[in-house]
Design a protein around this ligand. Structure first.
Ligand code: SAM
Length: 435
């Protein structure tokens, strides 16, 4: 069945000829009448139990949905940001791509148990390009439906989880020594009589693609395919424009450019699609009903940030970052709390998943700063990167984060992919294997 997003794509191709893959992806994900993240055609409409694509009835899991320990530990890092900024009141936390608001909910809950009136100063703004989750956001948050950051004078932090991987990407390939771009075209299909969507190589739609690779010092091999997210530059400008002073905390899957664009490791790029927890690379199927995503080039995020006036302050895997913030201590508190066995297993599975080296633990965390007070502006020892001794007491004082009905229960929504296999001893009573 042709979806409304697909009809729009076909209409554009008939009208103008083949369109760049980035434009195809933008319509498939965000077309207001039928894009994946729009209320009318996406996961909410396909029966995902109201929480969007992020839960058991959706297409993939994210860290906030997996266990509230994620938000609780991030709140400890936010508390340090607040201290470093001299305890501004209000202290703004702006979360673009906030989706169903679960991270906001967990951060606000944990912040209540942090000292010095931090919670009273905290103001949380949930911002998303999609309007569909406004009714799910916690009442203490301020909802904004916007693409970009239409804000000024923010003193605080811009935090995002899995936002940048959902930016539309251009696809390029080297053919006979020249850089070419992947376009989406229509080709007649004799067997069905219908035209089908196919890939077609053409001249790059913008010189910015070659410029980006040049800036990175990346030379692609013959026949190598790679994704380029040109939206990162305007995104960095809009974050820097919004932030008067403070931090940018970005969490996503991805890697540094030299690794991401390795011809040996990733000759076909990193574009994947998700539908009902199944990962494939078939963007022309289920258009508007499946997620399309590519790994984030963190070198370009850092470069774009620098050009916009934001300095990188630290980069680590999610596993390392959470451990520095007291993950092991919090995990022990959670797993030693008496509770019915099904809840104990679900909490263990959820918390373990956050740091697994073959899953969420391999996500990357980047912190950038802008206009930090003198004395902080050098390279502040951020707890997420250096395991400050202060963290112990703070984590001990956190209200215990336990799965709520809003989170997913991994054992019940166990996906087919090998990424989420667990050792049963770990889940029941054995030593909790550190990954
Ligand atoms: C992969 S989801 C992540 C949701 C949530 N952060 C989580 O971790 O569960 C990406 C979200 O970013 C939103 N988004 C994508 N581009 C955006 C933009 N330019 N501005 C604001 N939100 C955007 C999408 O609508 C979607 O809700």
């Amino acid at each position: 069945m042709t979806t409304r997003a697909e009809s729009e794509i076909r209409r554009r191709i008939v009208e103008r000829g083949p369109i760049p893959f980035a434009e195809f992806m933008d319509v498939a994900l965000y077309w207001p009448r039928g894009g994946y993240y729009s209320a009318a055609g996406g996961p909410a409409a396909s029966g995902s139990e109201g929480d969007g694509p992020f839960g058991p009835g959706g297409d993939y899991y994210t860290s906030p949905m997996t266990h509230p320990a994620f938000g609780a530990l991030l709140s400890v890092q936010l508390y340090q940001f607040w201290l470093l900024l001299d305890r501004p009141h209000p202290f703004w936390v702006v979360e673009p791509g906030s989706g169903n608001g679960q991270l906001c909910r967990d951060i606000l809950q944990a912040a209540k148990s942090l000292p010095d009136g931090f919670s009273d100063s905290l103001r949380y703004l949930c911002l998303d390009r999609s309007h569909q989750w406004a009714s799910l956001l916690p009442p203490q948050s301020i909802p904004v439906a916007a693409d970009g950051l239409p804000l000024r004078n923010v003193r605080g932090c811009v935090v995002s989880n899995e936002l940048l991987d959902s930016f539309p990407v251009h696809q390029v390939r080297v053919e006979q020594g020249s850089l070419r771009e992947v376009y989406v075209a229509l080709q007649s299909d004799n067997s069905s009589g219908d035209d089908r969507l196919v890939e077609r190589l053409g001249e790059p739609s913008t010189p910015d693609l070659a410029v980006r690779l040049q800036q990175l010092g990346i030379k692609l091999d013959e026949d190598q395919t790679a994704e380029i997210s040109l939206g990162l530059d305007s995104w960095a400008s809009s974050v820097a424009g919004a932030l008067e002073a403070g931090f940018v905390l970005t969490i996503d899957y991805g890697r540094r450019a030299e690794d991401l664009y390795s011809a040996e490791l990733r000759p076909r790029g990193t574009l994947v699609t998700y539908y009902r927890h199944t990962q494939t690379d078939t963007p022309f199927r289920q258009i508007g009903r499946q997620d399309i995503t590519a790994q984030v080039d963190f070198t370009s995020v850092v470069n774009a940030g620098r050009r916009a006036g934001m300095e990188p302050l630290g980069y680590a895997t999610q596993g390392q970052f959470l451990r520095n913030l007291g993950f092991d201590q919090l995990r022990r508190r959670v797993t030693s709390t008496p509770m019915p066995v099904d809840q104990a297993v679900a909490n263990r599975a959820g918390i373990l998943a956050l740091t697994r080296a073959d899953g969420l633990g391999d996500f990357k965390v980047l912190v950038q700063g802008k206009n930090l007070p003198p004395g902080v502006a050098g390279l502040p020892e951020l707890w997420g990167f250096s395991q400050g001794p202060e963290v112990r007491d703070l984590v001990q004082g956190l209200s215990l984060p336990l799965l709520s009905p809003r989170h997913i229960s991994l054992p019940q929504g166990w996906p087919q992919s090998a990424v989420q296999e667990f050792v049963l001893d770990d889940l029941m009573n054995g030593p909790f294997g550190d990954t």
